[in-house]
Design a binder for this molecule. Structure first.
Ligand code: TRP
Length: 461
């Protein structure tokens, strides 16, 4: 059962795995999505719930995903099928893998559109358009971009080509080197931006906003706020759809899953908090609204870059690095499907990646049109981009996460999980088992049931 390697390749070292998994986790979710979602729900209380979700739900589920992947050594669908059969459980567990493929498609389709905004901003920065821009100017620049379907289509197409190129060559290959340099560079630049915020922005207000929880902020929509904080944790950690599972399937046996998880989740959370600390000082200094939605970083960062010496250069560099962060995340969204096409339909990696990429590209067109030509088309009151985002982050990923937790905690024998995690029956293993069997499934279950209205009586709104 426990194969020592995957047919799709293996990470050369433990560091390679950590870099690839952090590359998957750190992306637009941290720098674009986290600040505006926190802003939508009033800051501190959201951030606190978010961190609780990362620690109590995200960390144990990430350990479970890596563990299942490494034990199965195949695409998530086949891993679930093989593990279910080895443990004498229903073959229907493979549906978890299918759900992940659907979620991956939907996420990548809008992720690519947002990555396209990032590309557009590289050129806006480089050509000096940020120089001395004010809040109104930055707002107009952003609406100009998202109103232009042709430009969005061009960027979306280029980004999907970039993703397909890497996935076609195999993710355990060349990307390692890029991540090794670019991720630290992004980190340094974020720290510089926080420094700028301290000096030129309203830093104290931002710190109070992010770190002094005030549950009154949740007024009347606590259920929605908690759902969004939990969804953000799944999204940011790349959990619930098999991305981390397949990355785990390329990990060698002699690496500690618990330690690796702490490093990845720690880095991911740190980057999100730094992004918040870089953006909110600018928001408050310029009297912008924290709840201005998905355009938040695109309407705030240009003001800061336009105001600092060398801002055109640093602005362009920042959006280049953000683009790389998005790239290393996007490839992990396509990998589970590609691995399955190779395993079951004997596709070549190239054919599998092109087919997957084309499907996502088509879905992405619906997303980018929802920002302009189709802005009147609403399903459940949302356009395609918002709908795909809500449906995946807040529903499909947590649902995938509960099922992973139930499988890892209840379906897999104690012997199997302690063997694969390489933890003997000590306090650490017991804590993990408590979190994965009870805390994670019950917490996620309550929030999800409340969201679909079953538990309206709990009074979470
Ligand atoms: N975590 C990435 C980000 O924060 C996005 C991402 C990559 C993702 N792979 C995923 C989200 C798998 C959910 C599931 O930008």
């Amino acid at each position: 059962m426990t194969a020592t390697s995957s047919i799709h390749g293996m990470w050369s070292t433990r560091l390679a795995f950590i870099l690839a998994a952090s590359g998957s986790a750190v992306g637009l979710g941290n720098i674009w999505r986290f600040p505006y979602t926190a802003g939508e729900y009033g800051g501190g209380a959201f951030v606190l719930v978010y961190i609780l979700c990362v620690v109590l739900i995200g960390v144990p589920i990430m350990m479970a995903e890596i563990m299942l992947g490494r034990r199965g050594r195949r695409s998530p669908i086949n891993t679930m099928r093989a593990l279910a059969s080895a443990e004498g459980r229903a073959p229907a567990w493979q549906l978890l893998g299918w759900m992940g493929i659907v979620a991956g498609f939907l996420i990548l389709s809008f992720y690519s559109v947002i990555a396209g905004w990032t590309m557009g901003y590289i050129f806006r920065a480089a050509s000096g358009l940020f120089t001395e821009i004010d809040a109104t100017g930055a707002g107009e620049m952003f609406s100009g971009l998202i109103g232009d379907a042709e430009r969005l289509l061009a960027w979306h197409t280029i980004f999907m080509v970039m993703v397909v190129l890497v996935v076609a060559r195999g993710v355990a290959g060349g990307l390692e080197k890029a991540v090794r340099i670019l991720m630290p560079a992004l980190f340094v630049l974020l720290v510089v931006m926080v420094g700028y915020g301290m000096q030129a922005g309203d830093f104290d207000t931002a710190v109070a906003y992010l770190f002094e929880p005030d549950f009154a902020e949740f007024q009347g929509k606590a259920g929605e706020a908690i759902l969004s904080a939990m969804g953000q944790a799944f999204f940011s950690l790349s959990l619930g759809m098999g991305a981390i599972m397949i990355y785990g399937s390329y990990l060698k046996r002699d690496s500690s899953i618990a330690q690796n998880t702490m490093i990845i989740a720690g880095l991911d959370t740190l980057v999100a908090l730094l992004a918040g600390l870089a953006i909110f000082p600018i928001v408050f200094a310029h009297g912008l609204a924290p709840d201005s939605g998905p355009g938040l970083i695109f309407q705030t960062l240009p003001i800061a870059f336009g105001d600092m010496p060398g801002g055109s250069f640093f602005g362009a560099l920042f959006f280049v690095l953000l683009l790389f962060a998005a790239w290393t995340s996007a490839i992990s969204l396509l990998e589970p499907l590609v691995a399955w096409l190779v395993e079951n339909l004997s596709f070549s990696r190239v054919r599998a990646s092109v087919l997957g990429g084309l499907t996502v590209w088509l879905l992405g067109i619906a997303c980018l049109l929802s920002l302009n030509a189709w802005s009147e088309v609403k399903i459940f009151g949302k356009g395609f981009l918002d709908l795909f985002d809500f449906l995946t982050a807040n529903i499909l990923l947590p649902l995938g996460g509960v099922l992973i937790a139930i499988f890892a905690g209840w379906m897999l024998s104690r012997a199997s999980s302690s063997d694969e995690l390489q933890m003997d029956d000590g306090p650490a293993y017991r804590l993990w088992r408590l979190l994965i069997r009870y805390v994670a499934p019950i917490a996620v279950g309550i929030v999800l049931l409340n969201a679909v209205g079953v538990l309206g009586w709990i009074g979470l709104g």
